[in-house]
Each structure stands twice: as C-alpha cells, then as structure tokens.
Design a protein around this ligand. Structure first.
Ligand SMILES: [Zn+2]
Length: 239
C-alpha cells in the first residue's frame, strides 16, 4: 500500500451508536461517515496524487445527550481519546503519515476529543486533520436545517441515510413526525445537557418527514467536495 508514486492518506470515519428518532437507525452517524469516505475515495481515484485509503469506521463516540434513550451506547472521553491516539501512532509506525478524521456525530464533548487528539498527533509529527463540520466555514455549505442547528435525525441526516441505506429508515413513521425546530448549539450553550431538556422527547429535531434521497445525494456531493479539498490540500502541505 505504501509502494507507488501516490501519497496514501488514511480516512477514519467516526460516528456513534445513538438514538435517531423513532424512524432512523442507531448507526446513522457511522453510516453517513463511512459513506462520505467511500464516495470521496471514489472521487479521488482518478487523481495522480493522493491515494485515499479508508479505515473501518469507528462506531462509538461520547453520547451523553441521548443517554436517556435505549440503544444509545457510548464511551468516555478518555476511551475515545486513547483509541484515536493509538490508531494514529499505529498508522505512523506502519509508515502512514497522513490521517483525516471524518466525523458525523456533533456532540460538543465528542468533537472536542477529536480536535484535541488530532492536535496531539500533529504535535507528534503526523500530518493529521479533522473534517469539522461544526466550523462555520463548513456548516455554511450545508443545508438550511443543518445551519439552523436542528441537525439530529431530521431532514438533513435522514436524507443522507435515504440516499445510501433506505432499507434502514422507517419511512412511513418518518412521514408522520411533526417538524420540531431546535437550535441545538444554542440549547447546549444555554446549559441543556440532554435531548429531553432541549425539547426532543423522541430523540429527533428538524423535519424528518421532509427527508428525500435526492437531498441526501446533493448533500453527499457537497460533503465529498469538502473532504476532497482537505485531502488534496493536505498532501500539498497546506495548513
Ligand atoms: Zn446523527
């Protein structure tokens, strides 16, 4: 894998096992992250450089917000951090110097661990980056619902699952769910520490009834563009 003229860049999809409404799969974030990486690797396949390689997805994250809902299975910050550092060091020992963490679970404590772990690997000399969709410059390119912060099991995420794994969405149930606008980042900043306190009694917000595979396809196209830009920039040595 290290032979040849192309620089290998390792993509690590990161998700969570977490309740996603009465209609979506627990593995929603992991499926989206893995699909995002697979489609990006396909888009980069014709490039002279780099060559994208995908690790098996990391299915567990920090999931306290949804902890009241059965099926949410999370790990502690130290566990996630230790695993990421171990993976990074193991990759470096094998001669892989470029790692991009592709995360689709946006709980702040979880994102913070990813940011810190990537910074720590970078300090150890690895070329490591996080595709952080919660950063404004990235979020601005995504759908209106995502930008408004109603980004859990609503139209945005459900559309992404419908585009790739429609068999895993209870579509009839999704169509009956009323729109529930919740400014999740605002609620978190105001000190709400779980979905129920944010008014998300059924572990979703936004408008899952409006989700379509077509919107999911359009969003993947944007996500692929963002990740491909990051990967290409990384091997050119851009910060
Ligand atoms: Zn999700």
């Amino acid at each position: 894998m290290l032979a040849g003229p192309r620089t290998p860049v390792i993509l690590l999809p990161v998700g969570a096992v977490e309740a996603h409404g009465p209609h979506g799969p627990l593995a929603t974030d992991t499926i989206i992250a893995a699909t995002h990486c697979e489609r990006t690797a396909a888009a980069l396949a014709a490039d002279d450089d780099p060559r994208a390689l995908i690790l098996p997805p990391l299915p567990f994250g920090v999931t306290r917000y949804a902890g009241d809902f059965p099926g949410t299975i999370g790990v502690a910050e130290e566990t996630l951090r230790g695993l990421l550092l171990d993976l990074g060091h193991s990759l470096a020992d094998s001669g892989f110097g470029h790692l991009v963490v592709v995360n689709h679970h946006f709980e702040p404590a979880h994102v913070k661990v990813l940011r810190d772990a990537v910074a720590s690997l970078a300090a150890d000399g690895m070329s490591a980056a996080l595709l952080d969709l919660t950063r404004r410059r990235n979020a601005e390119r995504l759908t209106e619902e995502f930008r408004r912060g109603s980004c859990h099991a609503g139209r945005y995420e459900t559309s992404l699952i419908l585009a790739e794994r429609p068999d895993l969405v209870a579509t009839d149930r999704a169509r009956t769910l009323p729109e529930l606008p919740v400014d999740m980042p605002g609620a978190m900043a105001a000190g709400r520490t779980d979905f129920k306190a944010m008014g998300m009694d059924r572990a979703y917000c936004g408008a899952p009834a409006e989700a379509t595979a077509a919107e999911g396809e359009a969003t993947y196209a944007v996500l692929v563009e963002m990740l491909a830009e990051l990967v290409r920039g990384m091997v050119r040595g851009e910060p």
